[in-house]
Design a protein around this ligand. Structure first.
Ligand SMILES: [Zn+2]
Length: 353
């Protein structure tokens, strides 16, 4: 279906889609953008002009003239400025990448986690970001995307809870970092960042991602779009075994009660992972029913030990008649990449046309 944009709809229109087309094609003409995006000529022109004005894209002239005598011009992404940092903050360490507008990774930086109290952890984050920004020319970094564990209020940029860091509660991280560095900051829940990375290349529409470490985080995409909200899809304390193991929350049989003993100080406990298989299989079966999942991605530290439970899990899922495709994802770097890409797309979409 052709989507024409009326001029009054132009504010907050999909600039990211146009940039995405330019990124994927490398160099592209205005005519091709109009054909691929299905935007009207006027709508495309407004967006392209704004992207040119901000320096996000550049215009080049072709060497070859046309029969009409006009020199054709092409657009490509400006890769020499406007960089974005993607930062993954977790208890085991700080990991960051810097990308350009074409999504190419320019830097990859890691540091151990700062001390486990509020003041030292926060100043450790600030020092780490400063170290990154100092490697680049002044004003060349335009935004920062953060993947954050715990409970995140992404709309207001607040890290509500970050278990494991003493005194860390309702920290207005976006405000603090925007004030310190003068760049746009986007704070996101880390499973959302992980899933966002996958969505860049995964053509399946309904994808559910479960990140299992010492606890479980979840992200959901329906029809190829992320579903988000503070406190939604929190499944750690769903009861999966009636009258089962006692959980720290006071209930019996929570999923969390079976996950938390599996990893102790990054050492896996084999007998506990065996006990997790059944509750995890039931969780996957129920989620794929509710969310019509085409695929469920299992990621997080526990997946480094998937050989301990992969076969049993597969067997249990078959017994439960669950045919959803399960993908184990052990590749690191997805969280910071997703955070950077979310920041890139949000920065572009917030342009006022
Ligand atoms: Zn519980």
């Amino acid at each position: 279906m052709k989507k024409y944009l009326a001029l009054e709809d132009m504010v907050n229109t999909n600039c990211a889609m146009v940039l995405d087309i330019i990124q994927k094609k490398g160099t592209v003409s205005r005519k091709e953008i109009t054909e691929i995006s299905e935007l009207s000529w006027g709508g495309m022109t407004k967006i392209v002009n704004k992207l040119l004005e901000k320096g996000y894209i550049i215009e080049t002239k072709s060497d070859k003239g046309t029969t009409s005598g006009r020199t054709p011009t092409f657009l490509s992404v400006n890769t020499s400025r406007n960089f974005i940092i993607g930062l993954d903050i977790n208890l085991t360490g700080l990991n960051a990448i810097v990308i350009n507008m074409a999504g190419t990774v320019l830097e990859n930086i890691s540091a151990p986690a700062p001390q486990k109290n509020y003041a030292e952890f926060l100043s450790g984050i600030i020092d780490f970001i400063r170290e990154i920004t100092e490697q680049f020319e002044e004003n060349s970094i335009i935004s920062l995307g953060i993947a954050m564990q715990g409970i995140v209020d992404h709309k207001n940029g607040i890290s509500v809870k970050f278990p494991g860091v003493e005194g860390w509660e309702n920290v207005p991280l976006r405000y603090i970092l925007e004030k310190t560095f003068g760049i746009n900051v986007f704070l996101e829940h880390d499973p959302d960042c992980l899933l966002y990375s996958h969505l860049q290349y995964d053509k399946k529409e309904n994808i559910t991602l479960l990140r299992i470490d010492k606890s479980i985080g979840m992200a959901v995409a329906l029809y190829g779009k992320m579903i988000k909200g503070e406190g939604v899809f929190e499944i750690a304390h769903n009861i999966v075994v009636p009258n089962g193991k006692h959980c720290i929350c006071g209930q019996n049989g929570c999923l969390q009660a079976y996950i938390s003993p599996c990893m102790k100080e990054n050492i896996v406990c084999e007998s506990e992972t065996e006990m997790l298989v059944e509750p995890l299989a039931i969780t996957i079966k129920n989620l794929s029913n509710i969310l019509c999942s085409d695929k469920i991605i299992l990621t997080g530290t526990l997946m480094k030990h998937k050989h301990l439970f992969e076969q049993q899990l597969d067997y249990r899922l078959k017994k439960l008649a669950c045919n959803t495709h399960i993908e184990f994802s052990e590749i690191s770097g997805y969280a910071e990449r997703g955070a950077a890409l979310i920041a890139l797309h949000k920065s572009i979409n917030s342009l006022i046309i």
